[in-house]
Design a protein around this ligand. Sequence first.
Ligand code: ZN
Length: 344
Amino acid sequence: MIFVYSPLHARHDGGKELYRGEFVPTFETPARVGHIQAALQAGGFEQAPPREFPESRLHRVHDPDFVEFLRTAFARWHAEGREGCMLPSGFPARGLRRDRKPAGISGSMGYYAFDASTPIMEGTWDAALAAAHSAMTAAAMVSEGKSAVYALCRPPGHHASRSVYGGYCYLNNAALAVQYLIDESYGRIALLDIDYHHGNGSQEIFWERDDVLFVSLHGTPDSEYPYFLGYADERGAGRGAGYTLNLPLPLGTGWDSYASALDVALEAIRGYAPDALVVSLGVDTFERDPISGFKLATRHYPLIGSRLAGLGLPTVLVQEGGYAVAEIGANVAGVLGAFAARPA
Ligand SMILES: [Zn+2]
């Protein structure tokens, strides 16, 4: 089985975030990728570089002005004589104007971001673009006939919406893979998000679409990030009414309850009868993840993988979260094992 990898991810490094009242080094680090890459190489997976794609591919999912902001943000910050990492400190909450984008870089950051945990640094754009290209490369390989391809994306993507970044995410890699599959080969795609955190960006992007079924299992937003989306009563709108399914689970959820919810998700996907599957693969559902609250163990990830592979669909798997760095490789390889065992 092929995994798509770019060394450019490492250019996004050294950031800080505001986490529960403290300014700390970001949990989303380059070391995560090294552990996954090592586990996959040890497991006999074949590494491939990402292909290049025109920026118009990004505009299929993201607003052009948002892409332009991400591409130029650090240079604008640097031009003001600043170094280090960029974090916003003011947001257009209720009662403030959202129709006017401030001209200055500080106001622009608040306009395009939804939290203060997602730093932009000198190499962030290069890394985010390489991750987006990795996801689209995996989608291209699947539309050309591969059974399953994994994109080792970093930074992750599922919190990024059409024109807002946050949650360590800048470009929505999984959504770009979904759109690529639709543009090139397939009519209907199921996007299954099994990261611990709700994929608010993916939900927003496909909210009014009936050619994408978005299904997410995640920690309840009543207590867990991203707090303001991911509730069970969100089902889509317009043509997309009924094509969003959220399965929020309580803090402390262990394997039995998780597996039951996963079965509900898979049943919904079977009912939709998609042509292909995209998986937002977060392993921050792991019991020792530092910023999450489920209780899955390393032995459970192969069980998840066999259930997903059992759908029998062409599949693109896209890396999202997972912050227990020492175990992240084993957990990701655990999910991918069942796909690697299928005929290529
Ligand atoms: Zn997550």
